[in-house]
Structures are given as structure tokens and as C-alpha cells.
Design a protein around this ligand. Structure first.
Ligand code: PNS
Length: 166
């Protein structure tokens, strides 16, 4: 590919513990704007994760098994280094309600400070999922609530299996 036809690659980073329908809608939105979306799974999140990085990656790969423009990889350390390593200059993030804004603004500015040539681009979450967050989904599932419409089927099954062994 020549300079002008270079593939547009975005990196969509997150904890994905586990991936929700909200995340899925952001990835699908990313595929409209970019040739390829690389989902970057933070392998050592500050908060202790319910699923291991491998489990989180497996679930995302299964959801996008028929979409070869989605790649899934783990990263640790600085996000901007991972983005550059993947040959991208775009960080993709989703915005739900106003509450996300401050955290996202802080991260986007920090990443710009670290790396001026990397741009953060936001996609608005589908309004059907604007209240869906991995933490809430886990809490509701633990308490026996129905989360089947909030997460992909593979995640629903794995969540029930994981919680039944705890
Ligand atoms: O799903 P999350 O928890 O909102 O994702 C947060 C994530 C993974 C995007 C953020 O914690 C991150 O980029 N971590 C990597 C460390 C880093 O680069 N920190 C400086 C930028 S704020």
C-alpha cells in the first residue's frame, strides 16, 4: 500500500472485564470509520479482574469471530507505546453519559502530552447501552439479575459459569 492508501488502524483500549454490548457497539462504530480495529486488553488492571486477560481476550475474539478486521491483543505499560507498536496513531474510546467525560478528557490529554502525534477519537455509545458498564453487569449478575441483553451470549455463559464456582 502506498502512502495515500495506508490502512487506517485504530486501537480500542480497555479492561474489558468482561466485554459488554456497549463495547461491541463502539467496536462496530470503529469499523465504519477505520479499516481495522485493534482491541487492546489491559492485562494488569489496577482493580482486580474477574476474568484473566486470556479469558477476556478469548471472549472478544469469539464475539468477532466472523470479522477479520478486528484484532485482539493484550498490553501492559503505557497505552501510547502499544498504539505506536501496532502501527497506529489513533486511540478509540467510547463515551456514554456526561459522567464519562472528565475521566476521558484527563486520559486523552495525558496521552497527548505523552505523544503529540497520537489522536484520541470518541464514538458515542449506542443509546440502548449508555448505562451499561462491566462493573454494574458483574454486580447484577452476582445478585442473580438478568444481564442476557447487556452482554454477548458467550460472555453471559462464561459469567454464569464463573460465578457458580465462586
Ligand atoms: O476500560 P477502562 O478501565 O476504562 O480502560 C482504561 C485504560 C486501559 C484505557 C487506561 O487505564 C490505560 O490506558 N491504561 C494504560 C496505562 C497508561 O497508558 N496510562 C496513561 C494514560 S491515562
Amino acid at each position: 500500500m502506498g502512502y495515500k492508501e495506508q490502512m487506517k488502524i485504530a486501537v480500542y483500549p480497555g479492561s474489558f472485564d468482561p466485554i459488554t454490548q456497549g463495547h461491541v457497539s463502539i467496536i462496530n462504530g470503529g469499523l465504519v470509520a477505520f479499516d481495522k480495529v485493534i482491541v487492546g486488553v489491559l492485562s494488569n488492571p489496577k482493580k482486580t479482574a474477574l476474568f484473566s486477560a486470556e479469558e477476556r481476550m478469548d471472549m472478544i475474539r469469539e464475539v468477532f469471530i466472523d470479522e477479520d478486521r478486528v484484532e485482539v491483543d493484550a498490553f501492559e505499560g503505557l497505552l501510547v507505546n502499544f498504539v505506536r507498536h501496532k502501527g497506529s496513531r489513533v486511540i478509540l474510546r467510547g463515551l456514554r453519559a456526561v459522567a464519562d467525560f472528565e475521566y476521558e478528557l484527563q486520559m486523552a490529554n495525558m496521552n497527548r502530552k505523552l505523544s503529540e502525534d497520537i489522536e484520541t477519537i470518541f464514538i458515542m455509545a449506542n443509546d440502548a447501552y449508555f448505562y451499561v458498564a462491566s462493573g454494574l453487569v458483574k454486580e447484577v449478575a452476582k445478585l442473580g439479575g438478568d444481564i442476557s441483553s447487556l452482554v454477548p451470549n458467550v460472555v453471559h455463559q462464561r459469567l454464569l459459569a464463573k460465578l457458580s464456582t465462586r
